[in-house]
Design a protein around this ligand. Structure first.
Ligand SMILES: Nc1nc2c(ncn2[C@@H]2O[C@H](COP(=O)(O)OP(=O)(O)OP(=O)(O)O)[C@@H](O)[C@H]2O)c(=O)[nH]1
Ligand SMILES: [Mg+2]
Length: 343
C-alpha cells in the first residue's frame, strides 16, 4: 500500500463534475411511445431519470474521493502532513466530512424520487426536479474550493516517491546549491538532477543503498532551505522541512564555504539552527566541496561548529568522492547502534 495507489483515483473538481453531469443529462431522452402518451407521465419519467443519473454520478464521485482519502490515511504521516499543508485538513477529518455528505446525498435522492413520482402537474414536477438537482449539486458546490485543493494535493502526492517504513531514512539537507543532490547520487541509486542554479531540486528524491545485508538505507534528497522564518517559506522549502520533521531517522546537513558559495556561513548556520530545532543533535554536518575550499577555512569552520554545536563535522567532496566513504561508515555505525538500542 503506497502513495502510488492514489494514481488510481482521478478526482474531478466542481466544474468538471458539472460539465460531465450536464452532458449525461442532455442525452437522456424518452421515446414517444404509447407508454408515455401522457405528457405528465413522460415528463416525470425524464425528470426521475435525470435525478437518478445525477445521483449516481455524485455518489460514485464521492465514494471515489472517500476511497482515495482512505488510501492516504494509511500512509506515512509525512504525506498526511503535506496534504494538511495543501488543504488545511487532515485526511481523517475530510473522510468524516465526505462520508456524511454521501448520507445526505442519499437522503435527498430518496426524498425527491418519491415526491416527483407522486407530483400531480407539470409545474410541480419541474420545481421538484430543479430543486433536487440543485440540492444534490450543492453538496459539492458548497466547498468547491476545498475539492479543488484536495484534487491537486492528491495528484501531487501520487507522484511523490514511495517511502517504506522498514528502511532507515537519512535526510540530506542544506541551503540551495550546497551539493545535496550530488551527494545523494554518490551515496545511492538515485540520479537526481544536478545543476549550478538554486532550487534545482523541487521535490524530495529517494535513493537506496544496501551496504550490508539487512541494512537498507534510503537517502533522501531535499530542496534547498533558505534562511528565513517558517511563515515565509514557500511550499518547495516546506517539503524539505516536512521531510526532516516527519521522516528523518538521521540528518546530514551540508554546508558550502568554498569561494563560489552562494550563501554566507552565518546564513548556513542559521538554517542549521532551524534544522536542529527539529531533529536535535541527531545530525551530522558535512563541509562539502573541499576540493575547491582552502584548507584553513575548513579547519576553522570545523572548530566553530564543534565548539558551538558540539556536532561532529566531516569534510567531503561529493563531486570528487573525497570523504564519502568515511561519511558512509559513520552513518552505518550510527544506524547499527540505533538498531541495537531499539532491540
Ligand atoms: N567543486 C565541487 N562542486 C560541487 C561539489 N558538490 C556539488 N558541486 C556543484 O555544486 C552545484 C550544485 O550541486 P547540487 O548537487 O545540484 O546542489 P543542491 O544542493 O542539490 O542544489 P539545490 O537542489 O538547488 O538545492 C553543481 O554545479 C555541482 O556540480 C563538490 O564537492 N565540489
Ligand atoms: Mg538538489
Amino acid at each position: 500500500m503506497s502513495v502510488e495507489e492514489l494514481k488510481r483515483y482521478y478526482i474531478k473538481n466542481y466544474e468538471e463534475l458539472l460539465n460531465y453531469i450536464s452532458k449525461r443529462l442532455e442525452n437522456i431522452r424518452i421515446p414517444r411511445t404509447r407508454r408515455y402518451r401522457s405528457k405528465l407521465y413522460r415528463l416525470k419519467t425524464i425528470y426521475a431519470k435525470k435525478i437518478e443519473t445525477t445521483y449516481n454520478i455524485l455518489y460514485s464521485e464521492l465514494t471515489k474521493l472517500v476511497k482515495a482519502l482512505e488510501v492516504l490515511q494509511r500512509q506515512n504521516v509525512f504525506y498526511k502532513e503535506l496534504f494538511k499543508m495543501n488543504t488545511d485538513h487532515y485526511p481523517e477529518d475530510l473522510l468524516r466530512y465526505y462520508r456524511v455528505r454521501i448520507k445526505i446525498l442519499k437522503k435527498i435522492y430518496n426524498q425527491y424520487i418519491v415526491s416527483i413520482k407522486s407530483s400531480t402537474n407539470e409545474y410541480e414536477a419541474k420545481i421538484l426536479y430543479r430543486s433536487a438537482i440543485g440540492r444534490m449539486l450543492s453538496i459539492i458546490k458548497r466547498r468547491k474550493r476545498l475539492l479543488e485543493r484536495i484534487k491537486e494535493s492528491l495528484k501531487e502526492l501520487s507522484k511523490m516517491p514511495v517511502i517504506r517504513d522498514d528502511e532507515i531514512k537519512v535526510i540530506v539537507a542544506g541551503m540551495p546549491q550546497v551539493g545535496k543532490s550530488t551527494l545523494v547520487s554518490k551515496l545511492s541509486t538515485a540520479k537526481p538532477e544536478i545543476a549550478s542554479y538554486p532550487f534545482t531540486t523541487k521535490n524530495i528524491i529517494v535513493g537506496h543503498m544496501m551496504k550490508e545485508p539487512g541494512i537498507r538505507i534510503a537517502f533522501i534528497d531535499t530542496p534547498g532551505i533558505l534562511d528565513r522564518p517558517i511563515s515565509e517559506r514557500n511550499p518547495i522549502e516546506l517539503r524539505a522541512i516536512y521531510a526532516i520533521k516527519y521522516l528523518a531517522d538521521y540528518t546530514i546537513y551540508l554546508i558550502d564555504v568554498s569561494p563560489s558559495a552562494y550563501y554566507t556561513l552565518d546564513e548556513q548556520l542559521n538554517v542549521l539552527n532551524d534544522v536542529m530545532k527539529i531533529v536535535g543533535t541527531n545530525i551530522l554536518v558535512c563541509i562539502n566541496k573541499i576540493d575547491i575550499t582552502p584548507k584553513e577555512s575548513i579547519e576553522k569552520i570545523k572548530q566553530v561548529i564543534g565548539d558551538k554545536y558540539k556536532l561532529e563535522v566531516i569534510p567531503i567532496s561529493a563531486k570528487e568522492g573525497y570523504g564519502v566513504d568515511e561519511l558512509l561508515n559513520k552513518i552505518i555505525s550510527v544506524v547499527k547502534n540505533r538498531s541495537k538500542e531499539s532491540n
